[in-house]
Design a protein around this ligand. Structure first.
Ligand code: 8YV
Length: 313
């Protein structure tokens, strides 16, 4: 009987790795001294790949895995996987759909509030003893301000519901208009940017959205507006954003994602109108546990030849 083997492209939570290793043979590509040599020697013994949404799996790796029929993603993003290749090779792709929506939407609102109400600056102000001699910095009001959301999928809709709780009029642009939703539709990102106080990016990454928020979009935003990105760094032209922030063309930005994670350019770090987070939208104990359970359920179903719980088309 052939060994049932999994290739782990990047680390996932320890408990998930242990669960996988207790049922199947798990090879950790990121721990191989010579990944190329490993793939050349053992690639054809692998039937399933487990990876993260932000890492995916490169086509050059997939080419060395002729038997692979499952890619189980710990996350919802498939932008780092070539879906044309997986479809052509009939490789099923599963994601952790549903379980992280609320956390990521919470993070979007958290970033929006923290940036505009200057929570990080206020925290430093107290710790550094500045309060004893100075007046605290003023922030920007959130309630009632206009929010523009790029992407009206599950996460975009969860952000819109939260924003409605802050009496914020919601506009959006998305791949397709959602007639059933009570929000204003904009044809394109630029017109959305023009008419909002907070522009929140919640669309998928990938070629079709790459650089969508470019210098034209940033210039269309009112000077007092904030950019919030909880989606993928690839959607924003990072150099154009740095320029816009430096020149004061927008009020500031709150970013959970970057073009080359975990690299964050010094130019962004040097700016004090930017709030930076290390891609933690889904990073709560509860959600990461559920994400791990979903990945495990898909791998288990795959090796038992059962229907995959959360396969994408
Ligand atoms: C995770 C993500 O942070 O869902 C995604 O696509 O990028 C995030 O939820 C990531 O996959 C785990 O590191």
């Amino acid at each position: 009987m052939t060994t049932q083997a999994i290739l782990l492209i990047a680390p996932v939570p320890d408990a998930l790795m242990d669960r996988l290793a207790s049922g199947w043979t798990v090879h950790r590509l990121y721990e191989q001294q010579d990944p190329q040599a490993f793939l050349a020697q053992s690639g054809d013994s692998i039937q399933a790949v487990v990876t993260r949404g932000d890492i995916g799996v490169r086509n050059e790796v997939l080419q060395q895995l002729p038997q692979v029929k499952l890619i189980a993603v710990f996350g919802v993003g498939t932008d780092a996987i070539d879906l044309n290749t997986t479809r052509a090779r009939k490789i099923a792709v599963t994601i952790t759909s549903g379980v992280l929506t609320n956390d990521v939407a919470d993070m979007a609102m958290g970033l929006l509030l923290a940036a505009s109400r200057r929570l990080c600056q206020g925290d430093r102000f107290v710790r550094e003893g500045q309060w004893l001699n100075n007046a605290p910095p003023l922030g920007t009001q959130v309630s009632g301000k206009r929010i523009g959301i790029v992407g009206m999928g599950n996460i975009g809709q969860a952000i819109a519901r939260r924003a409605s709780g802050f009496d914020m009029p919601v506009s959006y642009t998305s791949r397709s208009r959602r007639e059933s939703l009570p929000y204003s539709w904009c044809d394109d990102v630029q017109s959305l940017a023009k008419s909002c106080d907070f522009l929140v990016i919640a669309a998928s990454g990938g070629e079709s959205t790459k650089g969508m928020v470019d210098s034209a979009v940033l210039q269309a935003m009112p000077k007092h507006a904030w950019l919030i990105n909880i989606a993928r760094g690839s959607l924003v032209d990072q150099s154009a954003l740095i320029q816009a922030l430096r020149k004061g063309e927008i009020a500031g930005a709150a970013l959970d994602v970057f073009e080359q994670e975990p690299q964050v350019p010094e130019e962004l770090i040097a700016l004090n109108n930017v709030l930076l987070q290390p891609h933690v939208g889904s990073a709560t104990h509860e959600t990461r546990q559920q994400m791990a359970d979903v990945v495990f359920a898909n791998v288990e179903a795959f090796f038992n030849q059962k229907p995959l719980p959360t396969a994408i088309d």
